[in-house]
Design a protein. Structure first.
Length: 331
């Protein structure tokens, strides 16, 4: 069996895809397959992919269906013992696969975190942040295996990014782990499902992954993609309810579900504010008529609770702005 399947989803990545592919082909661990999913690119991405002649590359060429469908389709054909993910504008350190595989294999983990570092494409500056540096895990988590029952902090302070982990393929298939399709922020519901199903987790306090920040990055520009903070949050809520995890995590889950669209509505480009408001209002009005409304009222902090109720009370976006004079947005 191949040791690692690397799944690379690419949509219009002609500026960066060559570097991403080379970072895999030049790995110190050579027993891998690279599954590239060209997600209906309209630029030169496909031609660049086809310029590589390496038997370890498998190409899925599909109409544009979004990152969730790309990753699901690639996982369906992956033959590796372990699964890793790479975005088309990022790259791995040269020994990333070797280090990640050795850790996951030796500890027989369901998945393993590793550190990432940010790269500013405009300046060339590399910089850390606490999230991607795994600062939330102190030294007691190093060189050991744990599960979420052993975790001392809030699970909603963890990095949800799918590219920051190596996963046991048998574990993913055994729990039928799938990405939601047709939306962005698909990492988030996938991560929490995998996290709460995992029995064996470990961390690697080494930077294995370079995360490029540039003008087109999904997290850099708060545009129409952030409309999907609403359906992604609904999917997350469904997962917690259906798996019996809601009561244990209710307080933090409700805050997390409110905060995503709240911050998105604050920061999104002006021409998307009304469409996002309308999606949030529809969601909150359905919550008001459902069995969990009182939990929101009882468990949300004052700022999030005011946002929640102001959305419900408001007639339209302008009315909401009048009701919700929020000058700052504490966590």
């Amino acid at each position: 069996m191949t040791k690692v399947s690397v799944i690379l989803a690419a949509f219009n990545e002609e500026k960066y895809i060559e570097n991403a592919i080379r970072s895999i082909l030049n790995q110190t661990l050579t027993d891998f397959e690279l599954i590239i999913v060209n997600d209906g690119s309209s630029d030169n991405t496909l031609n660049i992919i086809n310029s590589f002649k390496d038997s370890r590359i498998k190409l899925i060429n599909q109409k544009n269906r979004g990152p969730g469908a790309c990753r699901n389709n690639a996982l369906d054909i992956a033959q590796g013992e372990y699964i890793m993910y790479l975005d088309g504008d990022d790259w791995y350190s040269r020994n990333a696969l070797e280090i990640a595989y050795a850790e996951a294999k030796s500890k027989d983990t369901d998945f393993t975190f590793y550190q990432m570092i940010n790269y500013d494409n405009d300046t060339g500056r590399k910089y850390e942040n606490d999230w991607f540096s795994l600062k939330i895990f102190d030294e007691s988590y190093e060189n050991t295996v744990f599960n979420i029952a052993d975790f001392k902090g809030s699970i909603f302070d963890l990095s949800v990014g799918v590219c920051q982990k190596i996963y046991n393929a048998s574990f993913l298939r055994g729990i039928d782990a799938r990405f939601p399709e047709g939306i962005f922020f698909e990492d988030m519901p996938f991560f929490y499902y995998v996290l709460l199903k995992a029995e064996k987790i470990s961390i690697i306090k080494k930077c294995l992954y370079y995360r490029r920040k540039h003008a087109e990055s999904i997290t850099h520009v708060v545009d129409w993609k952030f409309l999907d903070t609403v359906p992604a949050g609904r999917e997350l809520f469904r997962i917690f309810i259906e798996n019996g995890w809601y009561d244990a995590y209710k307080f933090d889950l409700l805050a997390y579900k409110i905060n995503g669209p709240r911050f998105a509505l604050r920061d999104i480009k002006e021409n998307y504010k009304i469409p996002l408001y309308e999606l949030i209002k529809k969601d909150y009005c359905e919550i008001k008529e459902g069995p969990y409304y009182q939990d929101y009222i009882d468990n949300l902090g004052p700022v999030k609770k005011k946002f929640f109720l102001d959305i419900i009370k408001s007639k339209d976006y302008d009315d909401f702005k009048t009701l919700n004079q929020e000058k700052s947005s504490p966590p």
